[in-house]
Every structure is written in structure tokens, then in C-alpha cells.
Design a binder for this molecule. Structure first.
Ligand SMILES: Nc1ncnc2c1ncn2[C@@H]1O[C@H](COP(=O)(O)OP(=O)(O)OP(=O)(O)O)[C@@H](O)[C@H]1O
Ligand SMILES: [Mg+2]
Length: 185
């Protein structure tokens, strides 16, 4: 697709990210460039460790603590995401305008807390939770059904390990994201 300059939705320029480790500095991104036009689908392809996930995490500023954005600019709809206040990122960008689906969704859940609680926390954070427990559970079960992981109310009370490890190994289920499907745009 030939994207006109004014139709660019996301533009990443000169993005430079380092990870500070015990063994020294890992220069994960060195002036990376990327742009995504409105309505355009972009796939990033590259060998393992070339920085695909680091770009995605940098855009939302959700790098692991060792990761530091050294330089660069990330513009989304003309807004500079790298200088935006945390609060503004939370209220208008993260999980709303831009959603990150983790590379390994099963391991992205906290193994200690119940599946239902974790999904409900995300719904609350996104302002999608109701005051009514029944309605919330029904919505969670519907979302799991949509991603082909039918569950029961009892299963929502289990930890991800109890609930998913065995079925995941057997069935190789797909993605579970706490975001409403409509948010992935
Ligand atoms: N938490 C971290 N601490 C130290 N180095 C890291 C960390 N996360 C990523 N890196 C390093 O940053 C570089 C880019 O990693 P990244 O995960 O972005 O690659 P990727 O392209 O997503 O790889 P894959 O295809 O395996 O998912 C790699 O050299 C990796 O080792
Ligand atoms: Mg990756």
C-alpha cells in the first residue's frame, strides 16, 4: 500500500534501546525506523533477537526494567508517545488505541492468581468492568469462548497453571488477551 505522509498512524524513528545487564549493555535497537499507515497491516520479520518485541514494547513504553530508550521518537496520530505522561498513556493509549498481545500469552499470566481475577483486573483497568460480579463473569466467559477456550465459572477461580497448562499442551490453544477484541485496530 502506498501510504501518504498525512495518513501515517504510527511512526518510529531513530529508536535506540539498550538493556543493562550484569554482563554489560545489550544494544537491542540502533536507530530503528518503522511506519504504519492508517488501515495498513505491517508484519515485522527478522531473526530471533533482532528486536521485534523490543520495538513493540517501546511503542507502549512497557519495556522490562533493564530496558532503556536512549534515543528516538514514536509518534502516534501525531502525538509523541515517548514524552507523554504515564497517566495519559494509560487513559488514552495503552489497551485502547494500541493493544499489545503478548508473544507467549499463557506465560504472561501471573501463575499465582486466579484466571478470572486477572482478566477482571484488566477489564477494571480498561473501564469495562461492571459492579455486578455475575455480569463480569459472563463477559469473561464470552471472551474466552471467542478465543476458543470455553471455560466454566469454576475454572475462572483456578490459577493459569491449573486451568491451562494441560489443555494448552494437548490442544495448542491460541491467544488470550484481556482486551476487548474490538480494541485491536
Ligand atoms: N530483559 C532483557 N534483558 C537483556 N536483554 C534483553 C532483554 N529483552 C531483550 N533483550 C535483548 O534484546 C535483543 C532484542 O530482543 P527481542 O526480544 O526484542 O527480539 P525479537 O526479535 O522479539 O526475538 P524473538 O523472535 O525471539 O521474539 C536481544 O538481543 C535480546 O537478547
Ligand atoms: Mg519477540
Amino acid at each position: 500500500m502506498n501510504v501518504n505522509q498525512k495518513d501515517i498512524l504510527l511512526s518510529v524513528s531513530r529508536l535506540t534501546v539498550h538493556f543493562h545487564t550484569d554482563r554489560g549493555v545489550v544494544k537491542a535497537l540502533d536507530r530503528a525506523e518503522l511506519s504504519v499507515g492508517r488501515g495498513e497491516v505491517v508484519g515485522l520479520i527478522g531473526e530471533s533477537g533482532c528486536g521485534k518485541t523490543t520495538i513493540a514494547r517501546s511503542v507502549l513504553r512497557v519495556l522490562p526494567p533493564a530496558g532503556k530508550i536512549i534515543d528516538g521518537m514514536v509518534l502516534f496520530s501525531g502525538q509523541d508517545l515517548l514524552s507523554m505522561k504515564e497517566n495519559d498513556l494509560n487513559t488514552s493509549v495503552r489497551g485502547k488505541a494500541i493493544t499489545l498481545i503478548p508473544q507467549d500469552p499463557f506465560n504472561s499470566f501471573n501463575p499465582v492468581f486466579a484466571v478470572g481475577t486477572q482478566i477482571k483486573d484488566i477489564m477494571k483497568w480498561k473501564g469495562n468492568a461492571q459492579d455486578n460480579k455475575e455480569i463480569n463473569e459472563k463477559r469473561i466467559l464470552e471472551m474466552l469462548e471467542q478465543v476458543q477456550i470455553p471455560s466454566s465459572r469454576d475454572q475462572l477461580k483456578k490459577s493459569p497453571v491449573q486451568r491451562w497448562t494441560a489443555p494448552a499442551v494437548h490442544d495448542r490453544h491460541g491467544v488470550v488477551a484481556g482486551a476487548e477484541p474490538g480494541d485491536c485496530r
